[in-house]
Design a protein around this ligand. Structure first.
Ligand SMILES: [Zn+2]
Length: 151
């Protein structure tokens, strides 16, 4: 008894991470950046329309857990989208007659690509993101967007 020979195993190193704000803080930052509507259905967030953030490139597809990979969405849309690709889900929202924000999605994907270029890595997310950006650019601009209606 009382032997001093057993040393405690060294504590696992504390992972050094870039500043990772908590969930509420992330939501606030995303809402300040993107506005307070759901990217998919356009409803104003708050009250019964519960605000969440979701990953543009799903974690399952290698999307990083960065703010640049998060967008504001309502809880319903977030849950219904699941792991669907963002452009697939955008088009599904359009079929449902919702008002998804394709412009915001394009900006989010561009910003994520810029962040990945800056930070490096993300080998799985890159090709996925490239394919989504190509699909988004191939889409025709939504009709009714221009000033085609004579006054
Ligand atoms: Zn929604």
């Amino acid at each position: 008894m009382g032997t001093m020979s057993r040393r405690r195993p060294p504590a696992p190193p504390v992972p050094v991470r870039p500043r990772q704000p908590g969930r509420a803080e992330r939501l606030t930052e995303v809402l300040e950046r993107d506005g307070d509507t759901c990217i998919w259905c356009g409803r104003v967030l708050g009250g019964l329309v519960q605000p969440t953030t979701e990953h543009v490139v799903p974690r399952l597809k290698g999307g990083p857990s960065w703010l640049a990979n998060e967008v504001a969405a309502c809880r319903r849309c977030n849950a219904e989208r699941g792991h669907r690709a963002p452009v697939d889900w955008l088009e599904e929202c359009e079929r449902r007659g919702w008002q998804p924000d394709a412009g915001r999605l394009g900006r989010a994907l561009d910003a994520l690509q810029a962040a990945i270029d800056r930070e490096g890595g993300q080998r799985r997310a890159r090709p996925y993101l490239d394919a989504q950006l190509r699909r988004l650019r191939r889409r025709r601009p939504p009709s009714g967007d221009g000033r085609t209606v004579a006054s």
